[in-house]
Design a protein around this ligand. Structure first.
Ligand code: SF4
Length: 294
C-alpha cells in the first residue's frame, strides 16, 4: 500500500477540514461515489492518472478505486503550476487572435495555432471534466485533462501538447528526454490523450509535443527571477496498446479479488518492514507486562 510512501519521505499529511483544522484520519474515502462496486451499473469515471496507477500497480489501483482507501496526498507543485498557468495565458492570447505563438515560429511550425474550440476550457479541467470517452459499451467513462491542443491550419489536424517544468543543469537533449525511464509515464499520458481525442471523433496529428521549460540552475544569482530555456520535444504517440489494457482494468474492477502488488515498490517493502518492527515491539511489550504480572 502506498499509505507509507510519505512517511518514508517524511511528508506528514494530516487530514484537515475545510477550516484547515486537523481531524481524525480514517484511511477511507468519505464519498461513497468515489468507490466502484464490482459489476455496478452506474457510470464511473476513470481518469488518466488512475489508469497510470493501474499500469504501475494493480493492487494500489484496486485498493483506491474499489476498496475506497484514502491515500496520503502530496503537497501541490505550485512552481510547476505557475509555469503552466503563465503558458496558458500566452497560448490563450494567440488562440483568441488565431496567430502562431512565438515558439511555433522558432520551431518551424508557423502553420500551427492554438485550437479554438468552445470546450477547450473543459478539456483542460483535469479535476472536474477533461476529455471524455465511454469505454465501448461499458459504464466506464475515461477522462483526461490536457494542457493544450493546437491545430495545423492547413490539414486541420489536432496536435496534443503537454507542458513539463523541470530544473536540470545544461541543455535538454530531445532524444535523451524521450528515452529517460522516468519519462515513460509522460509518453503513456500522451498516448492516452491521443486515444481519447481520436475516440471523440477528432483527426489527431501523429506528432504531439512536450513543451519542456527547464529552469537554469547555472545562473549566477536569483535576484527575484528564475530563468528558463524552452524546448519543444516531438513525440509520435501510439494507441495500439491502450484498449487491451483498459479492458484488463475494467475486468479487474469487476472482480472481487485483490491483485498482487508490484514487487519493485519501495513503499510496500517499507510497509512490510514497518509492520514487522511494530509487531515485534508489541510482542516485547506484551512479554514485559506479563512478566511483571507474575
Ligand atoms: S506495491 Fe506499492 S503501489 Fe502497489 S499496493 Fe504496494 S504500496 Fe501500493
Amino acid at each position: 500500500m502506498y499509505v507509507l510512501r510519505w512517511i518514508k519521505d517524511l511528508m506528514i499529511d494530516l487530514k484537515r477540514n475545510s477550516k484547515k483544522e486537523p481531524i481524525e484520519a480514517t484511511g477511507l474515502r468519505s464519498r461513497a461515489s468515489s468507490r466502484y462496486s464490482p459489476n455496478q451499473k452506474e457510470d464511473f469515471k476513470i481518469s488518466r492518472g488512475r489508469f497510470s496507477n493501474f499500469l504501475t500497480c494493480k493492487r494500489c489501483f484496486y485498493l483506491d478505486r474499489v476498496k475506497g482507501l484514502d491515500p496520503p496526498g502530496t503537497p501541490g507543485w505550485t512552481l510547476n503550476e505557475t509555469t503552466d498557468l503563465l503558458l496558458k495565458k500566452e497560448f490563450d492570447y494567440c488562440r483568441e487572435r488565431q496567430i502562431p505563438h512565438r515558439l511555433f515560429i522558432e520551431n518551424q511550425l508557423s502553420n500551427v495555432v492554438p485550437f479554438d474550440h468552445p470546450d477547450i476550457d473543459n478539456w483542460r479541467d483535469s479535476l472536474h471534466k477533461g476529455l471524455m470517452l465511454r469505454h465501448k459499451d461499458t459504464n466506464i467513462i475515461l477522462t483526461g485533462g490536457v494542457d493544450d491542443i493546437w491545430q495545423h491550419n492547413i490539414s486541420e489536424q489536432l496536435i496534443i501538447v503537454d507542458y513539463k517544468s523541470q530544473a536540470k543543469v545544461g541543455k535538454v537533449d530531445k532524444q535523451d528526454y524521450l528515452e529517460d525511464p522516468y519519462h515513460e509515464a509522460y509518453k503513456i499520458q500522451m498516448d492516452f490523450y491521443a486515444y481519447l481525442l481520436f475516440g471523440m471523433g477528432f483527426d489527431v496529428h501523429q506528432t504531439s509535443y512536450f513543451l519542456v521549460c527547464n529552469a537554469k540552475r547555472d545562473d549566477q544569482e536569483f535576484n527575484k527571477r528564475m530563468n528558463f530555456d524552452e524546448y519543444l520535444v516531438p513525440y509520435k504517440w501510439s494507441t495500439d496498446w491502450i484498449e487491451k489494457k483498459i479492458d484488463e482494468m475494467v475486468n479487474l474492477m469487476n472482480n472481487s479479488q485483490i491483485p498482487e502488488p508490484n514487487p519493485c515498490c519501495k513503499n510496500c517493502a517499507y510497509a512490510e518492514q514497518y509492520s514487522k518492527v511494530i509487531g515485534n515491539e508489541f510482542k516485547e511489550d506484551k512479554v514485559e507486562i506479563q512478566g511483571s504480572l507474575f
